[in-house]
Every structure is written in structure tokens, then in C-alpha cells.
Write a protein that binds this ligand. Structure first.
Ligand code: SF4
Length: 288
């Protein structure tokens, strides 16, 4: 991975990011990658030397590392902290590092510096998978895991939003209980995931982890900036337009693959994304 500095950020920031001490250790796959899209991971491995990332895109990772360091320094409860464990499945070594495991309580905790969007269900699902893989690593090494928890620090939390929006987190820091899988379920999940990642190294599968947002239809009234109402299917939207009468129109807000468009470092090498982007461009030029 090559780093660029397109915004001419201060040298100290560039060096702090370039000197990231993260190392998955000697393994075939890390726990973080195991829970990720096999297509994305296979492309990352294939193009490791060609990938380019700007330091500005790593700033939240740097922020997360500093939070981890400060919290670890302040934590006086006897616990295992930042330990890395491995296990072998299908001849692959899987490696995972957890933030904090209180042996006496069987409590596994992870700190996540993240966005409000990420605490919604879809991202919680990936936390659930990742933490259950870590729990299984602990079991493999003889520990008993009783409870899983994420401590989420929301970097974009706004009090004004919390006061007026339903389902918005009530605090910038949340402790979220994560369901603990049975050992059998964890073992099955890991076995299947390893096989999928191994197969992806030979033939790229479809990527399902694209953070898709649905296509919606906004009913707009002349002279008003915001939508009168947003519909998730065209039939309801067409009926609403007829009922609303003159001075109204429908605007189609096309669903997007947010991860591909904004967050995936391998999109330049991903034919699935390129074909999606071409289709989206065609649709836009037809509707223009
Ligand atoms: S560009 Fe999109 S489809 Fe391709 S690997 Fe990345 S997330 Fe998956």
C-alpha cells in the first residue's frame, strides 16, 4: 500500500499514519479480513503493492488508535488487553486481536470509534460476527466467554439531532451488548468463511458487502426544497403523484453501493464495481 498526501497535511500526521504498528502477525487471514467480503480481500491480496491510499482517509483509524491507547492506559481492572491469538482451520492460520477480556467475568469488550450510521443494524451485524470469531479464538485457548460488548464512541454524534430524531443514539458513547453465538454456530461460520476466502483466491465471487442503499422516489412540490414524501417503490410514488395533482413531480433517487463508491480501496481493480458504475452512468444519461 502506497500512501499519498494530497492535502499537504503536517509531517507529524503523515508519519503517525505511515508508522501504524498494526500487524496481523504470521497468519493466512486475520479475523478482520475473515469477516469481510472474500472478493474484496482477494483483490487486496492480489494488488497489495499497487494499492494507493491518501493519509486523509486514514485519519479516523489514527483517531481510533489514540483512543485505544488512552483507554488501555487508564484501565486498572485486571484483564487481558490487546492480545493476539491464532487457530488453524482448513490448513489456514486465523489470527485475531481483541481489545479487552476480563477473564474473571468472561467479558469480551471491543472499543469502536465509529459513526452514528455504523451503529445501525447492518454494521452491528459485522461487529457481531467479528466478536464471535474472537470469542471462539478465546475458547480455542481454554477461556470461557460469557458476554460480548462493544463500547462505541460516535465521532459524528450531534446533540441537536439526538433531541429531535427518533432512533438516534442518545449519547456519543454507547455500550452495546452483542449476542453470543454457541460454539457450534461459531465453528460452522468460521469453517464456511475460510472455505469462501480460500475459493476466492482462485475465482472471484460476487461481492455482497457493498453497503447498498435502496432506490427511493421523492414527491416534490414546486417551490419547496424538501420532499413532500419519499416512497420506496415506484407504484406508490406514481399513485401519490396522481393524487397530489399539478405542481408536483417525482424525482428518482437511485440506490447506491456506498462502500464501492466511497470506501473500497480495490474498486479500480473490481470488475463488479466497474460494471455497476457503467450501468449507473447509462441510467443517468438516459434519465437526463
Ligand atoms: S468495489 Fe464494491 S463490489 Fe468490488 S470488492 Fe469493493 S465493495 Fe466489493
Amino acid at each position: 500500500m502506497k500512501l499519498t498526501n494530497i492535502f499537504s497535511l503536517p509531517d507529524a500526521i503523515v508519519k503517525a499514519i505511515a508508522n501504524d504498528s498494526y500487524n496481523a502477525g504470521p497468519c493466512d487471514i486475520s479475523c478482520t479480513r475473515l469477516v469481510d467480503s472474500p472478493r474484496k480481500v482477494a483483490l487486496e491480496v492480489q494488488h497489495a503493492k499497487d494499492l494507493v491510499e491518501d493519509v486523509s482517509d486514514r485519519i479516523w483509524s489514527l483517531f481510533g488508535q489514540s483512543i485505544h491507547t488512552i483507554l488501555e492506559r487508564a484501565d486498572s481492572t485486571p484483564a487481558l488487553k490487546e492480545n493476539r491469538l491464532t487457530m488453524t482451520r482448513q490448513n489456514w492460520v486465523i489470527s485475531g486481536q481483541f481489545d479487552r477480556f476480563v477473564v474473571a467475568d468472561g467479558l469480551l469488550q471491543e472499543y469502536k470509534t465509529t459513526s452514528v450510521f455504523a451503529v445501525k443494524d447492518e454494521c452491528r451485524q459485522s461487529w457481531q460476527t467479528q466478536m464471535n470469531v474472537l470469542a471462539h479464538l478465546l475458547r480455542e485457548h481454554g477461556y470461557t466467554v460469557v458476554k460480548l460488548q462493544v463500547c462505541a464512541i460516535l465521532r459524528d454524534w450531534r446533540r441537536s439531532q439526538a433531541d429531535r430524531t427518533q432512533d438516534y443514539p442518545i449519547s456519543p458513547v454507547l455500550t452495546i451488548d452483542i449476542p453470543l453465538w454457541t460454539p457450534e454456530k461459531a465453528e460452522d461460520w468460521i469453517d464456511t468463511a475460510v472455505r469462501k476466502h480460500q475459493a476466492a483466491r482462485t475465482e472471484l465471487p460476487e461481492c455482497e458487502d457493498r453497503w447498498e442503499t435502496p432506490t427511493t422516489y421523492a414527491l416534490m412540490r414546486t417551490g419547496r426544497k424538501t420532499a413532500v414524501r419519499v416512497y420506496d417503490n415506484q407504484i406508490d410514488a406514481d399513485n401519490a403523484l396522481v393524487a397530489a395533482g399539478p405542481n408536483h413531480e417525482l424525482i428518482c433517487r437511485r440506490g447506491r453501493n456506498l462502500r464501492c463508491e466511497q470506501y473500497c480501496s480495490v474498486r479500480d481493480y473490481c470488475t463488479q464495481y466497474q460494471s455497476y458504475a457503467q450501468t449507473a452512468e447509462k441510467e443517468m444519461s438516459t434519465s437526463a
